[in-house]
Design a protein around this ligand. Structure first.
Ligand code: PGA
Length: 252
């Protein structure tokens, strides 16, 4: 089965409005070269700007980096999945390792966020991945298994197709060290098998993105792996030329 790759940029807490204008002024000039799915996850404040300036061709989606476990009410500082959807976002990230490590978000909360975002018809890019310590202690599969089992609990059967899993080894995020294609492929194959055999996903259709120091120089070998369906990209998504190169590589 041939599937389109999914390349999503995670801008994290970067860029000012002028950077966004110039990013899309450059990126959009070459948008006709892109046939994969592409998207950007940005700070909430920037989403309306992206909506205004991003390519309108239908291949491009914008989304949030985090989404609350409540839809409305007295939750100062949170962003509601309902508001994310209302703005026209297609997706939200849930469980990025920076949310887990810096903000202490745990599996049960991430599960609530996932369920509520799905209820609002958002796609959820659910991030999992092990630390270096876990990998060195041979615990990669155990850690990822628990993240999947707990975070993707109780998902209604008709919503499972709205989950994208992003495998992001923590030791590869923002470090310049990428998992080797074999390390990434092994983890992706495990995730696909576990999600289909134990969690009731359609393994053939599940999109699994790799994240962790993806750049134009290593994207081809990663995408060539049979179980890698795209990439979640931090640093290299900030520059239009690099992000474009990744999208073009995924459009071949
Ligand atoms: P990186 O970030 O590409 O800068 O390693 C990936 C991510 O955090 O999603």
């Amino acid at each position: 089965m041939t599937r389109k790759y999914h390349i999503v940029g995670n801008w994290k807490m970067n860029h000012l409005s002028q950077d966004i204008f110039s990013f899309f002024a450059e990126f959009n000039k070459h948008a006709d070269k892109i046939t994969c799915h592409a998207g950007i996850a940005a700070q909430g404040l920037h989403l309306p700007l992206i909506k205004e300036h991003a390519p309108k061709g239908g291949f491009f989606e914008f989304g949030a980096q985090n989404s609350a476990n409540n839809n409305s009410g007295a939750f100062t500082g949170e962003t509601s999945p309902e508001a994310i959807k209302d703005l026209g976002c297609g997706f939200t990230l849930v469980g990025h390792s920076e949310r887990r490590a810096i903000y202490g978000e745990q599996d049960a909360l991430l599960n609530e966020k996932t369920l509520l975002a799905l209820e609002k018809e958002l796609y959820v890019i659910f991030c999992v991945g092990e630390t270096l310590e876990d990998r060195e202690a041979n615990r990669t599969e155990d850690v990822v298994r628990v993240q999947l089992d707990e975070g993707l609990k109780n998902i209604p059967a008709d919503k499972k197709s709205k989950i994208i899993v992003a495998y992001e080894p923590v030791w590869a995020i923002g470090t310049g060290v990428t998992a080797s294609p074999q390390q990434a492929q092994d983890a992706h194959a495990f995730i696909r098998k576990h999600c289909s055999e134990k969690l009731g996903f359609n393994g053939e259709e599940l999109i699994i993105q790799y994240g962790g120091s993806v750049k134009p120089s290593n994207v081809d070998e990663l995408l060539a792996c049979p179980d890698i369906d795209g990439a979640l990209v931090g640093g290299a998504s900030l520059k239009p030329a690099d992000f474009l190169a990744l999208c073009v590589a995924a459009s071949k």
